[in-house]
Design a protein around this ligand. Sequence first.
Ligand code: GLN
Length: 469
Amino acid sequence: MSSIRDIQEALAAGRSCCEIATQALKRAQADTTNAVVRIHQQLALEQAAVVDARRAAGEQRPLDGVPVLIKDNLCLQGVEVSAASRILAGWHPPYTATAVSRLIDAGAVVIGTANMDEFAFGSSNETSAHGPVANPHDPTRIPGGSSGGSAAGVASGIVPLALGSDTGGSIRQPAALCGCVGLKPSYGRISRYGLIAFGSSLDQIGPLSSSVADTALALQVMAGADANDATCSQRPSNECLASAADLAGLRIGWVPEHDRDCAPAVQQRLHELRQALAENGAELVEISLPHERFAVATYYIIATGEASSNLNRFDGVHYGQRAEGCSNLAELYRQSRSQGFGAEAKRRIMLGTYVLSAGYYDAYYKRAMQVRSLIIEDFQRAFASCDLLLGPTSPSVAFRRGEKSDPLSMYLSDVFTIAANLAGLPALSLPIGSDEQGLPIGAHLQAPQWQDGRLLSAAAAIEKVCQGW
Ligand code: GLN
């Protein structure tokens, strides 16, 4: 893996952004993991030339020359964006996502588009219309999902920074399984303008990178108010600054039952981490989150309901693929959607339509929203006695491609990450070593909403503790 600092050093040593971009483009071309679905050769070199010219005129910016990959659900004017779905094949968005344009304004160079699960539905990148992605640590295994291409692209050193989106764990779980740092900011911290919507009350864009410092820098660049997204907060982005916190006296909560649900190697690493943190003066506090066990069920009602409504717009008329030879409009919709969506997208549309339909709305959606409130209250109670929560990101290391064939076992990959989306919390996955086969393990950190700065500062301190693990 490379870092933003590596790029800064290369620039300081006299390399140009165009040279740096050319090298990253070559790495993307040579990639064997299928992490990159489109390489933006011309666009990248144009962006890099702009940055070189600005620097030659004496103006430097924080992400100058940093090659990035963006997930295939983030709009970028001038290139195809398909959310890894056949239904959007060939679609060119007429505008650029705010998060992406802020990266570009800060000097970053978009070298390609990262693979993902179709419409971000999945935890393994196996539902992609572009085909699966291999985990760089073991090509027979999945990289996690849905931001699987973003995580694999960073882990294999193609780019130091990639953007993903996280509705129930889609940044943090692949970060954990590929051994990088992945952040889901507080809901409302980064504008969702230009993100192809999955669950609008849950979705957040966030960075994947090789360190907490790079993560914090990317967040600062992207955070802040946006007139194009009314759910994006006015809070200043300098709240996201991170200098390593003092571990002495830091109250770190953990939920003992989480260990029970994890593979032995994950349990072991977390146990060692807690010990190391205690030795460094942190206070470890046992916490109970009584309603967390309902999080997966609650999420799959709310997220599918919102997805079914968001995916209504893909009807073969407004966007993307249109079925041929249909005799009337209803037939055109039916055929376009039947041909365009993959199996998991269809499952979610049906589930979501069901839970929102008259007669079932109160029993499912409304009830799920009530449980969501209970989950939020659990966290509020927990954060009265600790500063942040520490646990596993994923119950296991990366599993084999094809291993989880029933949807429920796949959905359970996200048991630890989903509650943060339901509660709008900032949450991050940090590499804490690997199992005996060398497969990465991630620790999950969560902080109260808007405490992204606290989360990153604590993560920076913990990162130092497990350096070299
Ligand atoms: N894996 C979860 C799902 O399938 C989360 C996906 C996401 O965060 N986009 O819904």
